[in-house]
Design a protein. Structure first.
Length: 277
């Protein structure tokens, strides 16, 4: 029998999947990435996966699960496809931010098993307060979750997605969870930051994972139409996703199964425009 007690866990977390281009990139490459990188657990932020570039449908969710995704997180666009408010109640692998208004459908965190059934991984979904849709206080919610889900007691590993606009909120949450979560990452801005590192207490951190989408765009949206909107051109239309070849952007974290803490963290960037360092 394998010695799971001393086994390293490899976690893949991908940034916001944007529209058809982002979905197609995952369809073509995700299974290969999981196999070649020996990934044990995969999380994606899927709140922009719909054809419109906002929200996620049941069909989108199922396609990600079929590709090997274990959990889908989200953010401010979680309800932009109305069907989500219904199917999220029965799909525990799709999370919405924990600090949404009280009474919102779905769950803001969950504890899941790895495919080999040997480890429990908690995934926490939070949303920032500044320049975001109104939600409950981020730091009070984080404090509640810190008591609800404890590393090595309730879960072998803990993954935190902080979906927000402001760097300072995300960095503060990283330090708040340092030593008590395996990895804390930011999502939402669609631009990957170059600060991938392990904090002093052993928590892997990156301010924003970027997006899985077409970077020849304005944060994943059609650049020409976006410019017209900024210039208040009367011919501007509603935002729509850019449809060029997508780049996959995220992070791979290797963690020690005996402590639940990160021992290695590196960005993953695969695609036409952006490249790894």
């Amino acid at each position: 029998m394998p010695d799971y007690a001393n086994q390293a866990m490899k976690i893949l977390f991908l940034g916001d999947v944007v529209g058809p281009s982002g979905r197609e990139a995952l369809k073509k490459r995700l299974k290969t990435i999981i196999k070649e990188k020996n990934i044990d657990f995969t999380v994606v932020n899927g709140e922009n996966a719909d054809n419109t570039g906002v929200g996620i449908t049941k069909e989108n969710s199922n396609s990600f699960f079929d590709l090997g995704v274990d959990v889908i997180t989200s953010g401010n666009h979680i309800w932009d496809q109305k069907e989500t408010m219904t199917f999220i109640e029965n799909e525990k692998r799709l999370l919405r931010p924990y600090n949404l208004t009280k009474g919102s459908p779905g769950k803001g965190f969950g504890i899941f098993q790895t495919k080999n059934k040997k480890f429990k991984i908690a995934v926490i979904n939070l949303m920032g307060n500044i320049f975001m849709k109104k939600c409950d206080d981020l730091f009070q919610a984080a404090s509640q979750l810190k008591n609800l889900v404890r590393l090595r007691k309730d879960a072998d590993f803990i993954i935190v997605d902080v979906h927000g606009e402001i760097t300072s909120e995300k960095m503060a949450l990283g330090h708040f969870f340092d030593g008590e979560a395996t990895v804390v990452v930011g999502t939402h801005t669609h631009v990957p930051t170059s600060d991938t590192h392990i904090l002093k207490g052993g928590t892997a951190y990156q301010t924003d994972l970027g997006m899985c989408g077409d970077y020849d765009s304005v944060i994943g949206m059609n650049k020409d139409n976006s410019l017209m909107r900024f210039f208040k051109n009367e011919n501007a239309k509603r935002h729509s996703p850019a449809l060029g070849e997508a780049t996959i952007s995220g992070i791979i974290v290797e963690a020690d199964s005996s402590s639940g803490k990160a021992i290695k963290a590196e960005p993953l960037i695969v695609g036409r425009i952006l490249k790894n360092f």
